[in-house]
Ligand binder design. Structure first.
Ligand code: 5GP
Ligand code: MN
Length: 323
C-alpha cells in the first residue's frame, strides 16, 4: 500500500458515511473474523465504534470530526510492514476491547488509556526489531539509545500526536493530561518483550489476591493486558491466527535476509532456511501466550480466549509431529 492509497483511505473515512452494520457484539469476541473485514476504511470505522461505545469522544470533550482526524492520523503513521502495520494495531485494539468488555469495572479513563495505547503502540514500526537497530546502527538507535529503542519511538510519536499535532487532550486539566500521558507511556514501554518475564512475574504476584481498590494492582493488570493483547493472535481461531503467523514470519525472514546482506549474524528465529512455523508457534504459545492468558483468566473471565490458545497449540503440535 503506498502513501497515495493511504490518503484515499483517510479521505474516504473522513468524508463517507459508513453504513455496513458490524455489531459491537462481534468486536467483543476473540473470534472476530479479522481477515474478512481487513479493508482499512472499514477498520477505521470499527475503531471509532469501539471508542464511541465507551463514550470516549465525549470523555475528551471533542467533536466527532476532530476524533476521526486523529484516528486517520494514526493510520497514516503506521508503515505497511508485513506484520507491524495498521492491521496489527487494529487487532491489538480489538482484542483489548474484547477483553475489557467482559467486566464493567474499568473506569472511563482506564479504558481510554488502554485503547489508545493499544492502537498507537507500534506507530512507525520499521519492520525490524530492537536488536537489529543496535546491530545495524540505525538512526533510531542513535536517537533513542540502547534500551527499548522501538518502544520509546512509538511512545514519542504517540505523545506528539496526542499532545501537539492533534491536540486530543486539550480539554483536560494539566494534571490529568500528564497522568494520562504517563499511563500511556508506561503501557507502550511494557510491550518490549525483552522484559516479559518481569511483567509476567509481577502479574503472578497479585492475581491470587487481586484487589480492585488497589491502584498498584490495577496498574499491573493494565500493563499485563496490553502485553497480552500484543501477543494475542493465537487467542483467535486458527484460520485467523495462522495468517498472522505467516505475516510475522514474512517480516522476520525479511530481517534475516537484511542481516545476512549486511554481514551480521542471522537471528535464529528469523532464518528462513532454519525456522519451522509449527515448532516456533508452539514454542511461543507455550512460553508466552498461554501462561499470560491463563494468569489473566484468574482475574478476568477469559475462558474462550484460553480455549482458542490451547486449540491452536494442539494444532501446531500436530503439525510438528507430521514432519
Ligand atoms: P510487538 O513488536 O508486536 O510490539 O511485540 C510483540 C513481539 O512478540 C513481536 O514483535 C514478536 O516478536 C513476538 N510475537 C508476538 N506474537 C507472536 C507469535 O505468534 N509468534 C512468535 N514467534 N512471536 C510472536
Ligand atoms: Mn505490537
Amino acid at each position: 500500500m503506498n502513501k497515495k492509497k493511504d490518503e484515499k483511505v483517510i479521505k474516504k473515512y473522513l468524508l463517507r458515511k459508513y453504513s455496513r452494520e458490524i455489531s459491537v457484539e462481534h468486536l467483543k469476541s476473540p473470534n472476530f473474523d479479522f481477515w474478512s473485514h481487513s479493508d482499512p476504511w472499514v477498520l477505521l470505522n470499527l475503531v471509532e465504534k469501539m471508542f464511541v461505545y465507551y463514550k470516549l469522544v465525549t470523555f475528551c470533550g471533542l467533536d466527532s470530526k476532530t476524533f476521526k482526524e486523529f484516528l486517520g492520523e494514526v493510520y497514516r503513521n503506521y508503515n505497511w510492514n508485513p506484520y507491524h502495520n495498521f492491521n496489527h494495531a487494529f487487532c491489538v485494539t480489538q482484542m483489548m476491547f474484547a477483553i475489557i468488555s467482559k467486566v464493567d469495572w474499568f473506569t472511563t479513563k482506564e479504558v481510554f488509556v488502554l485503547l489508545i495505547s493499544a492502537f498507537c503502540h507500534d506507530l512507525d514500526h520499521p519492520g525490524t526489531n530492537n536488536k537489529f537497530q543496535i546491530a545495524a546502527n540505525t538512526p533510531l538507535f542513535k536517537e533513542q539509545g540502547g534500551i527499548s529503542i522501538l518502544e520509546k519511538h512509538h511512545t514519542c510519536l504517540t505523545k506528539r500526536l496526542l499532545e501537539k499535532q492533534m491536540q486530543l487532550l486539550k480539554n483536560f486539566q494539566a494534571k490529568e493530561k500528564k497522568e494520562i500521558l504517563c499511563e500511556i507511556e508506561l503501557l507502550i514501554l511494557a510491550t518490549d518483550m525483552a522484559f516479559h518475564m518481569e511483567y509476567y512475574k509481577s502479574l503472578k504476584e497479585i492475581v491470587g489476591s487481586f484487589d480492585r481498590k488497589n491502584k498498584e494492582h490495577r496498574r499491573k493488570l493494565r500493563t499485563a493486558l496490553i502485553k497480552a493483547c500484543d501477543i494475542s493472535n493465537e487467542a483467535r481461531p486458527f484460520p485467523v491466527s495462522n495468517q498472522w503467523a505467516d505475516c510475522l514470519l514474512t517480516e522476520f525472514f525479511m530481517q534475516g535476509d537484511q542481516e545476512s546482506h549486511l554481514g551480521l549474524p542471522v537471528t535464529p528465529c528469523m532464518d528462513r532456511h532454519a525456522v519451522d512455523k509449527g515448532i516456533s508457534q508452539a514454542q511461543f504459545i507455550e512460553q508466552f501466550t498461554l501462561p499470560l492468558f491463563e494468569t489473566l483468566n484468574q482475574v478476568l473471565p477469559l475462558a474462550p480466549f484460553v480455549t482458542n490458545i490451547k486449540r491452536n497449540l494442539q494444532l501446531y503440535r500436530e503439525l510438528k509431529e507430521e514432519i
